[in-house]
Design a protein around this ligand. Structure first.
Ligand SMILES: Nc1ncnc2c1ncn2[C@@H]1O[C@H](COP(=O)(O)OP(=O)(O)OP(=O)(O)O)[C@@H](O)[C@H]1O
Ligand SMILES: [Mg+2]
Length: 261
């Protein structure tokens, strides 16, 4: 049944354009994201990543072109699309005065779901936040807050989630925690479209990577496909120095040091 809605890709964008006044931000974006995969949209500051995600999330009208989620057009059928998606924005939606559990319950209530308490407890457990669930979110570390933010976007189990720069501002350890959260979401069948400015994030997480530049997708493919665009690296024997990130992670995760503290 190749033409049925069930066979359509999670996200399909064709010739999408968007301008703000004289500023032409998207100039014909095409992309396709298969279901259950992680797709990274790479681009520098101002490339139009958030703009594209906001159009896909029905928050902003496009100027031209089409965008579909599971075969439903975002402009023609926004109500249906909103049932299929969730967006975790670049700036956290967590209410710092509420506890982690209360934040989750609030979202479940807003989505009119039955048993908000059960939903909250399940997500707290899944995101390793059970112990912190009854603490005000304002006391959470950046990584915990981000995990709570992502957990909030999973309330109601939407099949497609947009994560706009999910790890910006996080330390390396929290970043890895968020990465494993994202991987486990995709393993359970959720389609994830994430935007990022960091190449290693795309490298670690994404099944496919698209580079948004000058208003269009200038390259798209798997990491291996993108790597083949450059000449093979010359083999040289050099002593590999650990990066500062390697050193930092080795130190903070050292079991002997943890036991002593
Ligand atoms: N509502 C708006 N009105 C006018 N200009 C806008 C609006 N939203 C975005 N822009 C402009 O569109 C361009 C793309 O912005 P966008 O936020 O999509 O970029 P981005 O790739 O998400 O950047 P960043 O990596 O900094 O988050 C920028 O030049 C921005 O100033
Ligand atoms: Mg942005």
């Amino acid at each position: 049944m190749p033409s049925s809605a069930a066979a359509r890709p999670a996200i399909r964008v064709r010739g999408l354009e968007k301008s703000f006044g004289n500023l032409s931000v998207l100039r014909g974006v095409d992309l396709e994201v298969p279901r259950g995969t992680i797709f990274a949209l790479l681009g520098s500051n101002g490339a139009g990543k958030t703009t594209l995600v906001r159009i896909l999330a029905t928050l902003l009208p496009s100027g031209a072109g089409t965008a579909e989620i599971h075969g439903h057009d975002v402009a023609a059928d926004p109500a249906h699309v909103r049932e299929l998606i969730s967006l975790t924005g670049q700036f956290a939606a967590v209410d710092e005065v509420l506890t982690g559990r209360e934040n989750l319950i609030l979202v479940a209530q807003l989505r009119r779901l039955p048993t908000p308490g059960v939903i909250a407890d399940t997500l707290l457990e899944r995101f390793a936040l059970s112990d912190a669930g009854s603490r005000r979110a304002g006391t959470y570390s950046g990584g915990m807050r981000r995990r709570l933010d992502i957990a909030m976007s999973l309330v109601g189990d939407p099949p497609v989630i947009f994560l706009d720069e999910p790890t910006t501002g996080l330390d390396p350890q929290s970043r890895i925690e968020v990465w494993s959260t994202i991987t486990s979401m995709a393993e359970s069948g959720t389609t994830v479209l994430l935007t990022t400015q960091t190449l290693d994030e795309a490298e670690h997480l994404a099944d496919r990577i698209a580079i948004l530049h000058d208003g269009t997708i200038i390259q798209e493919g798997t990491l291996a496909e993108l790597q083949r665009l450059l000449p093979a690296a010359k083999v040289e024997y050099v002593e590999k120095q650990p990066s500062l990130e390697d050193v930092f992670l080795a130190l903070v995760e050292d079991p002997a040091r943890k036991a002593a503290s």
